[in-house]
Write a protein that binds this ligand. Sequence first.
Ligand code: F2R
Ligand code: MG
Ligand code: MG
Ligand code: MG
Length: 354
Amino acid sequence: MLKIARDRFQGCLVGSVIGDCLGAPFEMQNWNENGIPRQKILSVINPKELADKYIQLKYTDDTAMAKSVCSSLLQCKEFDAVDLAKRFTEEYFKEPDRGYGSNIVFIFEQWKNAMKTELNFKNVLYPSTSQFDGKGSYGNGAAMRVSCIALFTLSLEDCIDLAKKASILTHSNKNGYNGAILQALSVRKAIRATCDIDPIVFVDELIDEMKHVESFSGEVKRNTESLYDWTRSQSFSFTHQLEIIKKLLIANNTESKENDVKLVNSVLGRDISAQQAVPAALYSFLRNLKFGFEETLYYAISLGGDTDTIAAMCGAIAGSYYGLKSIPHSWFDVCEFSREMQQFADDFFELHKS
Ligand code: F2R
Ligand code: MG
Ligand code: MG
Ligand code: MG
């Protein structure tokens, strides 16, 4: 039986939706190398001020897609590619204005057509593997939705395997799905931490895991009938980005936030790609371990760029470590779908009790 507190399951999924909702007002609004000033962030999301306001901060595609992964796993009790594809498609056509990536929507359109004739779902990966001249998407849209996989799976191997399968449905580029694996592994490690996290040990362990993962990676072949048919290719690696994170942590630039943001933005980046957004989210968590959930989220947003997604991924990792109790009540109250994400977390928790 898995011995992890319910509060940390809840922290993971609530942290994710809160990061999405709080980061969304700033998404792509600020590309200044110094990021977004703290005052500007506080003017929108200061929990003390939000407590007196009857407003709702809306979730975006990050949560819309995470919702489908959660409900598919909970209903099917296993990974089912066709079920998940259908849920993504239905969710998108129900609310297409949640701020989806500009290319992923073509996948939903192809699936919608396929849903008219069940037969076409024989190759559910066709739309994903056809994107970008067969290279597949490396957007961060797979990574932003896979945190719950660390709540569903028990073994490391299953966590990696399911994160990959849930990703390649839309993101068949190796950086798209490996970024998602790194996110799932980060959540897994954070939620299982039994004492104070040593950030260097945390990164070293991820380096070992990602070295293994990336040694088997390649683009998913176009038109393949198999989910497991990979070709190999080299170049960018998350393992290398983790080495950079380690150097940043050792330099320990926690005194001056401004200089740190500038450096992080120049060496890690914070754009819509998994290559930039996932390391930025992980670093935001590890760099702020002394400061707790709230400060961690401000920092993630302060990087600028893809703020909703970086904050959603960072929120999931941080929430897994600090638990729901560490999340300000007013953030929980004003963020759309917090309560439902808490319920999903409870359902994952209950799965492991039986
Ligand atoms: N789309 C957005 N934000 C845009 C602005 C929204 C704003 N709120 C507004 O409306 O004003 N955010 C959401 O998209 C990201 C997740 O995207 P996803 O799901 O990965 O989509 P996609 O289309 O697959 O990829 C995104 C873009 O990345 C580039 N790209 C990906 N693979 C590529 C490749 N192999 N070669 C070249 N370019 C590639 C393309 O520009 C894609 O359109 C999250 O931020 C979510 O919040
Ligand atoms: Mg949102
Ligand atoms: Mg979004
Ligand atoms: Mg985004």
